[in-house]
Design a protein around this ligand. Structure first.
Ligand code: MG
Length: 386
């Protein structure tokens, strides 16, 4: 079977709010157009790809446009004119023609295969998604939009592309368009030509990028779930001496010994501060709050942690989560962990569910194990503020 794909990319595409047509905007280092053309040019069942570009747009230099199976034709005034121009370039021996909107770069190979198979069998097919929202027909009355009726939702499908046709069916549909029938897609022309158009289930991710929000969503999707995520690690240790209070995670813990240091010696807050600053590559606690500066003498460490969060926030980040391990021989801190989480969550401005703090002993090994010191390790994840 010979299959030709037509990629409709001749639209103005300005609703996205950019200076160039949206199909020329990049998501994840490649243009929307390149991604769409690539999906068809690399599909094993497609031999020929015809891309319809606006008259004033030069053929892009991306590698996919240099492939021998990819050709470019000039678009017309309306989408149907553009597709008609491309159809004139389809080889007469093509069995099936698949039409795809360049603004849907996340089309899947499986959906393309299904549309080819269904077109060969039924003549005309459209990928569509069932409506999940209740659908209202509206009209403008007295200057306001008013509901006219509620349509039965189960009868409503939202058309996507690919739309695929046997060559003879598409020829009849396009001929009707040339005679003056207006349509926003080729399936509508095929319907008007009296062809039964079959529906295959479209893909939820096969979104048409239309608005600036769609573009942002597409860029996040292309970048993957950890887009903009930054991880940082922190470590701290203080000697334990008699006659000092013991502060851990912003809580004063009843103990005969406390941490030696210029500050309150809270190893949890210090390691967390370093993890958060480190994730943003913004140095460490000593750089921002040096011991030598009287401003920080006796400073509360939970306050320094709060200030570190403000520093990374100014650099464009927010805290996603924090995980801390505290290592000390005694006293047992398990009963206080929930209060520590609350303190840390308040300082970080996040829900306590995003804070984890665990206590361990060092099994009597080395200085920490002998109770001469307390240590903590922290890991923080930051995300870019949107
Ligand atoms: Mg410290």
């Amino acid at each position: 079977m010979q299959v030709t794909a037509i990629i409709a990319a001749a639209g103005e595409g300005r609703r996205v709010g950019a200076a160039v047509p949206k199909q020329l905007l990049e998501i994840g280092g490649r243009t929307i157009l390149e991604r769409s053309v690539e999906a068809f040019a690399s599909h094993p069942e497609i031999q020929d790809v015809i891309v319809v570009l606006p008259r004033d747009v030069a053929v892009p230099s991306a590698g996919v446009f240099r492939l021998p199976q990819v050709r470019v034709v000039e678009g017309g005034a309306r989408r149907q004119d553009s597709v008609a121009n491309a159809f004139d370039a389809v080889h007469p021996f093509a069995d099936v023609v698949v039409i795809h909107d360049a603004a849907r770069p996340f089309v899947t190979p499986d959906l393309i295969s299904q549309s080819i198979r269904a077109a060969a069998e039924h003549g005309a097919v459209v990928a569509a998604r069932p409506a999940h929202d209740t659908v209202k027909r509206v009209a403008l009355r007295d200057g306001a939009t008013q509901v006219q009726e509620t349509l039965p939702r189960e009868t409503i499908y939202l058309a996507q592309t690919p739309q695929a046709f046997r060559r003879d069916v598409l020829q009849r549909a396009i001929a009707l368009g040339r005679e003056g029938t207006d349509a926003t897609d080729e399936a509508a022309l095929a319907e008007a030509a009296g062809c039964a158009v079959h529906v295959i289930e479209g893909a939820a991710g096969n979104v048409k990028i239309t608005t600036a929000d769609d573009l942002e969503w597409a860029r996040m999707r292309a970048a993957g779930p950890l887009a903009g995520g930054r991880v940082g690690t922190g470590y701290d240790l203080h000697r334990l001496v008699e006659g000092r209070p013991l502060w851990i995670g912003g809580i004063q813990v009843p103990s005969e010994r406390g941490a030696l240091g210029h500050s309150d010696g809270d190893v949890v807050c210090h390691s967390a501060t370093d993890a958060i600053l480190g994730a943003a590559s913004l140095g460490d606690i000593g750089r921002h709050f040096p011991d030598s500066d009287p401003a920080w003498k006796g400073a509360s460490s939970i306050d320094l942690l709060r200030r570190a969060v403000a520093i990374v926030h100014d650099a464009g980040f927010r805290v996603v989560n924090l995980d801390v391990v505290v290592i000390l021989e005694r006293p047992r801190i398990a009963p206080l962990l929930a209060s520590m989480r609350e303190q840390l969550a308040a300082a970080l401005g996040v829900d306590a569910a995003r804070i984890s703090i665990k206590g361990k002993t060092n099994e009597g090994v080395d200085a920490v194990g002998r109770g001469e010191a307390i240590a903590a390790h922290a890991v923080a994840l930051l995300a870019q503020n949107s």
